[in-house]
Design a protein around this ligand. Structure first.
Ligand code: CP
Ligand code: NVA
Length: 334
């Protein structure tokens, strides 16, 4: 029997602060239940007759496919809409598009540039809207990351996560807030120029303090990762920032996750894992790495026993399903 909080019904996810700490933990738990159910071969109908619009301004492999399969698994449908496909933001305002799609669909997942666009979709559509990544946040990713940590270590509490790389990007912002909400100690290892935005940092620190955990920022990665159980990184250049590639590579080379950095945690023989939201540059099999020669993680770490990146990827589907089900399925009717 699946169980989740009634309070999640009809709710949008703009950023992790859209949910209480309890709701966030409850969603991770629901995703675990849905995963077990799917692995047992059960396909349900919790999203029967529910249709979800997927508006994507930026590329995606995991978020797009997770959303489509999550809906389909539970008897629902999802339609992938890119900017050239619809009038969105060109011939038709965000407000009007939101009002149209809200009449047709039961929910909207948005991936794009501006956080404001995501918030306007929620404001004007009248249906739940989920943020599938903006320039500022990537909240759906964190549910999958934390389900992976919970599966591997048994619990989230007491874990220390060190994020190494671009400390102020969308993934870093959401992982930092997620840690504060779920009682994980967070360490950001990044160059001075890429430290978290002071406002975002202060907001996360306030939540961390309330939950009795810490948020620390280090410019020295060797010092910062000491005692960490999770080393987490992301690409050095996010979508939309391609013009900054050369300067980022120069800044972030000392922050590559390699076996020396894994050893610097002091946990190489204990509780330690590597996470990456993916896509990752870890070898020279992509057009980008062939040209730049820069990797944020070595192949040795990426392919090691510490790496849980494909569990993490799979968990994108189960956690997105949990978001759709909890928002669109009235638990009383199940
Ligand atoms: N991690 C993630 O969001 O991947 P995609 O860009 O492939 O959706
Ligand atoms: N920070 C990356 C995350 C990709 C999933 C980007 O925005 O491109």
């Amino acid at each position: 029997m699946l169980n989740w909080m009634d309070s999640l019904y009809g709710r949008s996810l703009m950023r992790l602060t859209s949910f209480t700490d309890e709701e966030m933990l409850n969603l991770i738990d629901l995703a675990g239940q849905l995963k077990a159910r799917r692995h047992a071969g059960v396909r349900g109908d919790l999203l029967k007759r529910k249709n979800i619009a997927l508006i994507f301004e930026k590329s995606s492999t995991r978020t797009r496919n997770s959303s489509i399969i999550a809906a389909r698994d539970e008897g629902g449908g999802a339609e992938y809409l890119t900017r050239p496909d619809i009038h969105f933001g060109k011939k038709e305002s965000v407000k009007d598009t939101a009002r149209v799609l809200g009449r047709i669909y039961d929910g909207i997942l948005f991936r794009g540039f501006s956080q404001q666009t995501c918030e306007d979709l929620a404001k004007y559509s009248g249906v739940p809207v989920w943020n599938g990544l903006t320039d500022d946040y990537h909240p759906t990713q964190v549910f999958a990351d934390f389900l992976t940590i919970k599966e591997t270590f048994g619990s989230l509490e007491g874990v220390t996560l060190a994020y190494v790389g671009d400390g102020r990007n969308n993934v870093a912002n959401s992982v930092m807030m997620g840690c504060a909400k779920c009682k994980i100690n967070y360490v950001c290892c990044c160059p001075k120029e890429l430290e978290p935005d002071p406002k975002v940092l202060a907001e996360a620190r306030e939540v961390a303090e309330r939950n009795g955990v810490t948020i620390k920022v280090f410019n020295d990665p060797i010092e910062g990762v000491k005692g960490a159980n999770v080393l987490y990184t992301d690409v050095w250049v996010s979508m939309g920032e391609e013009s900054k590639t050369a300067e980022r590579i120069k800044m972030l080379r000392p922050y590559q996750i390699n076996m020396d950095l894994m050893r610097a945690t002091g946990n190489i023989d204990g509780k330690l894992m590597f996470l990456h939201c993916l896509p990752a540059f870890h070898d020279y099999n992509t057009e980008v790495t062939k040209e730049s020669g820069a990797l944020e993680v070595t192949d040795e770490v990426f392919e090691s026993k510490y790496s849980k990146v494909f569990d993490e990827s799979e968990n994108r589907m189960h956690t997105i399903k949990a978001l759709f089900v909890s928002a669109l399925c009235d638990r009383k009717s199940v």
